[in-house]
Design a protein. Structure first.
Length: 94
């Protein structure tokens, strides 16, 4: 898989306590397979995992003048920072 061009970063998931303590859960690396350009909306499931979407990355990749991109992913992030891609958006529809 390729590497995305994340000039401003590919996204990170963190929490911020009322006392101002930041805890980093996960930082997207720019690997196309994991996704990037994280949506600002995240959902904490009843299972304790965090779910979200990215606007780029995934299995359906294309190359532009700015690098390799995909059509986005749906991901799950465990509380201990393990990211799993659940779905890659895009591709062809038959």
């Amino acid at each position: 898989m390729g590497q995305m061009n994340c000039a401003r970063g590919c996204g990170l998931v963190f929490s911020l306590s009322m006392g101002g303590v930041e805890t980093l859960f996960y930082q997207f690396t720019g690997d196309v397979s994991e996704g990037g350009a994280l949506s600002p909306i995240l959902i904490v499931g009843t299972d304790g995992n965090i779910y979200g979407v990215t606007a780029a990355g995934g299995d359906y990749q294309h190359t532009t003048g700015n690098g390799v991109f995909g059509d986005g992913t749906l991901f799950r992030l465990t509380p201990d920072g393990v990211e799993t891609t659940l779905h890659s958006f895009g591709g062809t529809v038959n």
